[in-house]
Design a protein around this ligand. Sequence first.
Ligand SMILES: Nc1ncnc2c1ncn2[C@@H]1O[C@H](COP(=O)(O)OP(=O)(O)OP(=O)(O)O)[C@@H](O)[C@H]1O
Ligand SMILES: Nc1ncnc2c1ncn2[C@@H]1O[C@H](COP(=O)(O)OP(=O)(O)OP(=O)(O)O)[C@@H](O)[C@H]1O
Ligand SMILES: [Mg+2]
Ligand SMILES: [Mg+2]
Lengths: 259, 259
Amino acid sequence: EGRVLALANQKGGVGKTTTAINLGSALAVVGFSVLILDIDPQGNASTGLGIGKRERSPSSYDALTGNASLQEAIRSTPVPGLDLLPSGEELLGVDLEWADMSERCFLLRNLMRRINEELPPYHWILIDCPPSLNLLTVNAFTAAEGVLVPLQCEFFALEGLSQLLRAIENIRNSLNPSLYIYGVLLTMMDRRNRLSEQVAEDVREVMGDRVFSTLIPRNVRLSEAPSHGRPALLYDHRCPGSLAYMRLAAELIHKEQQN
Amino acid sequence: EGRVLALANQKGGVGKTTTAINLGSALAVVGFSVLILDIDPQGNASTGLGIGKRERSPSSYDALTGNASLQEAIRSTPVPGLDLLPSGEELLGVDLEWADMSERCFLLRNLMRRINEELPPYHWILIDCPPSLNLLTVNAFTAAEGVLVPLQCEFFALEGLSQLLRAIENIRNSLNPSLYIYGVLLTMMDRRNRLSEQVAEDVREVMGDRVFSTLIPRNVRLSEAPSHGRPALLYDHRCPGSLAYMRLAAELIHKEQQN
Ligand SMILES: Nc1ncnc2c1ncn2[C@@H]1O[C@H](COP(=O)(O)OP(=O)(O)OP(=O)(O)O)[C@@H](O)[C@H]1O
Ligand SMILES: Nc1ncnc2c1ncn2[C@@H]1O[C@H](COP(=O)(O)OP(=O)(O)OP(=O)(O)O)[C@@H](O)[C@H]1O
Ligand SMILES: [Mg+2]
Ligand SMILES: [Mg+2]
């Protein structure tokens, strides 16, 4: 069975989506079969992989509520070996809509079961979460085995880490006893800036070897690629951003081989 | 009566908190009395104004649920004339906790009434929202008269604008008929980067004169200041970030005088 990781951090704009798209692509180009689940109502991962707003029906909302076949809902992307379950706008209202459903925290876990039963196995499943500890992120924590935490090298992002760790601990003690921190990824690292280095040091002190040794530098090509509906690896495979995500993929593969 | 603005955008990391802190400070240093309401469970505005996690009780959560006196909950900050109602961690669970309350969308509006009745009037009240269109942001849209939309000059941020405009329109048609777009603020503008300029052009095309002429440049001093519990205006009043927020305050004051 493959690895199921939730890319989560309630701090906004830290690189969750950019990591889902580019790590997913890097793992796919070296031959793994990868699925990205976009459960953020913003749908940035879907846009960044070329699936426009009008092409998203059926969406992850339809799949979660059991109203769509997986064959229809899961799409291929411009990257061979990388599939996507696109986001749906209806995800915006689920906190209220599902409030009375006893299964509200397990809809994604149930969907995973269907994916495992009905589709050829994926080596990696990456879940792109919204910037919040809401019901959608709780669903991701219940369905995943590990959390990959993108962490921007900024002061506010460091501040939110303890709240995130507590939320993960709460889920471990209740809905998903096997949930753990798969790793912390330092993003938008700017070597020229003292604050960036300081935050990186502080995170390593707190999280030790759970911090990936691969650092993602601040690189404008990573933020340009989504406007072309392509991951950075296809848009500019030689840029520092693409190289960093290839290194990250290698680090994850090495980590898996050791276990 | 003063101006009540919600600083909102469901896209994460676009500068909502940085704008609340530094625009609030700039308006206060020129003599206005200003109140910042921190309703984001992350509590970044509270940290950035020097109110640590252990000093936040009673918090905005206690004030919203009617369990705290305003005199106790509203604090002064290092900036004369700028007060803060700090965030509380309990805000994390309100979507579910308040789901069955008929008043769930009006708690902040009710709190505003108390503020107007019990305290000397504020000229400006700025509400710092979480990166989500959840119940807390809906409360802000119901309590405020205008929405100030910080918009990062990045592709993904531009993509989320239409979703935000629709959400505001929905609130206008239901809970708050007088809600309007007070203005769109372009943030983290990097003149050297073609994408930044392109996004700024696209936003001006769509939003016309609702886009403030003041641009906030990318400036590392803005992200350093919060680690000292001070707004940039006190940390480094000569840096490009501080000057830009002083210009923004002047633009808002001028806009008010014209009306
Ligand atoms: N390493 C990087 N260098 C430069 N820009 C980056 C980098 N990583 C991400 N970005 C840009 O920064 C912005 C925030 O990144 P992204 O949207 O991936 O974060 P997120 O955590 O998914 O945001 P949200 O909380 O809204 O879901 C985007 O505009 C993205 O293109
Ligand atoms: N103009 C700027 N130049 C450089 N850094 C900035 C600027 N504005 C904000 N920042 C930094 O970028 C990060 C995101 O800004 P901020 O936290 O204010 O955004 P936000 O929209 O409030 O985020 P969230 O969605 O998590 O609430 C912070 O680390 C902040 O210090
Ligand atoms: Mg995202
Ligand atoms: Mg904020």
